[in-house]
Design a protein around this ligand. Sequence first.
Ligand code: FAD
Ligand code: MEZ
Length: 579
Amino acid sequence: MKKLLCLAVSLMLLCSATALAESLFTPGTYESVKKGFGGDVKVTVTVSDTEITDIAIEGESETPALGGVAVETLGPAILKAQTPNVDGLSGATVTSTAIIAAATEALTKAGADIAALDANRKDASEEAAKEEKTIDTEIVIVGAGGAGMAAAIMANQAGKDFVILEKMPYVGGNTTKATGGMNAAETHYQKEQGIEDSVELFAADTMKGGHDLNDPELVRTLAEQSAGAIDWLDSIGADLPKISFSGGASTNRIHAPADGSAVGNYLVDKFSAKLKELGVEVMLNTKATELIMEDGKIAGVKAEGPDAYYTINAKAVILATGGFGANEDMYTQYRPDLKGTVTTNAPGATGDGIVMAQAVGADLVDIEQIQLHPTVEQTTSMLITESVRGDGAILVNQSGHRFTNELLTRDAVSAAELAQEGQYAYIIFDQHLRDNLKAIEKYVKNGLTVQADTLEELARKLNIYPYFLTMTMNAWNEAVATQNDAAYGRTTGMNDNLTTPPYYAIQIAPGIHHTMGGVKIDTSAEVIDTNGNPIPGLFAAGEVTGGVHGGNRLGGNAVADIVIFGRIAAESAIEYVGK
Ligand code: FAD
Ligand code: MEZ
């Protein structure tokens, strides 16, 4: 009897062990919360005993244009793969990592063996054969950053048939990352705020900042059309009324959103909303791979999307593919000395348009001119906007001393930093400055700031001798009071002193920021070939081009460039296809 009972118990154990081996999860709903880019990311998974049946991801604080896309796309990817270990979204690494970690933890709570889920992943070898598709249209816009989206709005408003391609799963490119603002002269905002400026001064500052390498005709166009570009932005609801200083400008010229938030996200949101209102759909995840030429003229592009290879026949193409600051192979080809330098750029900035244009004979200008931005936090590659200095911050070295006029051009400030011990510096500001520049909240949220109630405490936290930092700050506040920076001759960004505690510091050093060179264009945004002639039907705008910025771009001039030349490229293409 005793033996029989033992056999029954053993069989039951064996049966339940077999059942357990087949079941992957304990059915139910489980959740986990991890820290994302802007705040918490919560993942809730629902599982049956063999399947992940549902996943909900909440991350309202993530940047809509990047982290928000990860929040939308990673859930379906995890459901499809039936494992949390899916590819993160490039450009939204922090949010992606948080989602994957939270999903892993929630599934572990559900009893999952993650290695077993990985071994049985369901999306492997599912790459379906792609179809060949042909699209006939009038204009193809390649790249949905600022220049491409501005061109798309114009093409739509002119009633043209066009497509706009974007290789990433989201729009915006480097434009989304733009922070400080957009330069423009003689704008209605400057006039309303009593700021004196002129097209001539804007052009002269740009040429001087660019070491006179710039194409003066392109610079003239930039300066002349800048106030009109601000009016055009107003007309689509993208007002930029807050005006401040940026390095190399002779006056207050950089225009930003009213609350001092980052200009790029703001513009990309406004452009996206306008395109939506106009019914324009961007072909996402679709990469242009080649320009098609027939009889010496542009005839369209070849592209690859998630499900198809496209031949897009068109009379005109606008290249708006941005620069190559995220392509280390490409920038070290032109500047080997930059190997290993951090970059502030979005992952799509890989120079595709430059390579495609070169393949059809386009000339390149200033291709080796690559800008280092002096205030980049090195562990995150996050740009600390020039507006922090423009609004009054100073730079000190590890000894607590200033070492430069902080608002010289970027090449000069970067070189001064690299000459300091350790090749880094601290940017120092106070609560008053923080209160007036919303962009700073991102740095605080991401833990980049060291904060202290007194300068002595701040110095101690930074391992600086308190006496030196205090002396430096007193001298600076005196310079602001007398409007005389005897030490370094700074004359701009001196409206407010730094006396309101708490005080803040961020450790920074230079990082790759802008590729000034690119495809040669004329003032109509026509691409010029190596013989000096326009390539019929090919237009380009924005960071893919060279010539506007010369040897050093002034802060705020790239956003001006993309709005102005994005619109010009569209106008020229519209006129060309109408012929
Ligand atoms: P992007 O905005 O980069 O757009 C190009 C798009 O093309 C991308 O979305 C890319 O994915 C896509 N693409 C690329 N190749 C292909 C392909 N083969 N097929 C399809 N799509 C493709 N400038 C200022 O004036 N003021 C600022 O405050 C400022 N702040 C900045 C802050 C940061 C951190 C960075 C990185 C730059 C900043 N800049 C600023 C510079 C400025 O943002 C850029 O130069 C400008 O936005 C570039 O715009 P674009 O439209 O030319 O390119
Ligand atoms: O033009 C720029 O790159 C810029 C103003 C960047 C910034 O520091 O915000």
